[in-house]
Design a protein around this ligand. Structure first.
Ligand code: MN3
Length: 198
């Protein structure tokens, strides 16, 4: 199975004013596309050809850094586009909301910790909500890593590489994360991933 770049699930201008058309054009068409193309070149002739994306991410971690970086970022971005939607944020489905309150203390505390994780990730990386040992928890990872390689299952991630926010927010990463969690998150997709962990 080779990697392919699906189209965005909404129009390039659909996330304005929180994420611009220009950001999505660069981020999806250039950055994500480069992970797909490079990943496809790197996987040729390796033991990972024909495996599922999740198995490639987990199997290449710590063994084949160039392949892991590109496969990991392909996995992260496939979900990232779906973790957002126009008029996002808002109501969190009931069972997921309860699990977040159980794991993180409250919805407000989860948002505060999620933003702090993204701001506190030195350099490039991701902020996450993940399910670990049955509990919803906030995590952060560097570069192309995701919770899958740390014994957890991601249910929400926010890309804090500068390419994700610098056009719209310049150096204000905290403002970007706040806009993401309050106005962009597609909680139905988060819930879909959460339900698969149950
Ligand atoms: Mn990115």
């Amino acid at each position: 199975m080779s990697f392919t770049l699906p189209p965005l699930p909404y129009a390039y201008d659909a996330l304005q004013p929180y994420m611009s058309k220009e950001t999505l054009e660069y981020h999806h068409d250039k950055h994500h596309n480069a992970y797909v193309t490079t990943g496809n070149n790197l996987i040729k002739g390796t033991e990972f050809e024909g495996k599922s994306l999740e198995d490639i991410v987990k199997g290449s971690y710590g063994k084949n850094a160039p392949l892991f970086n590109n496969a990991g970022q392909h996995y992260n971005h496939l979900h990232f586009w779906n973790w957002m939607k126009p008029n996002g944020g808002g109501k969190i489905p009931g069972a997921l909301e309860k699990a977040i309150v159980d794991g993180c203390g409250s919805i407000d505390k989860m948002k505060e910790d999620f933003i702090a994780a993204g701001v506190g990730q030195f350099g490039s990386g991701w902020a996450w909500l993940a399910v670990k040992d049955g509990k919803v928890t906030v995590m952060k990872t560097p570069n192309g890593e995701c919770p899958l390689v740390h014994g957890a299952t991601p249910i929400l991630g926010c890309d804090v590489w500068e390419h994700s926010y610098y056009i719209d927010y310049r150096n204000r990463r905290a403002d970007y994360l706040k806009a993401f969690i309050d106005h962009l998150v597609n909680w139905d997709y988060v819930d879909e991933m959460f339900q698969k962990t149950r």
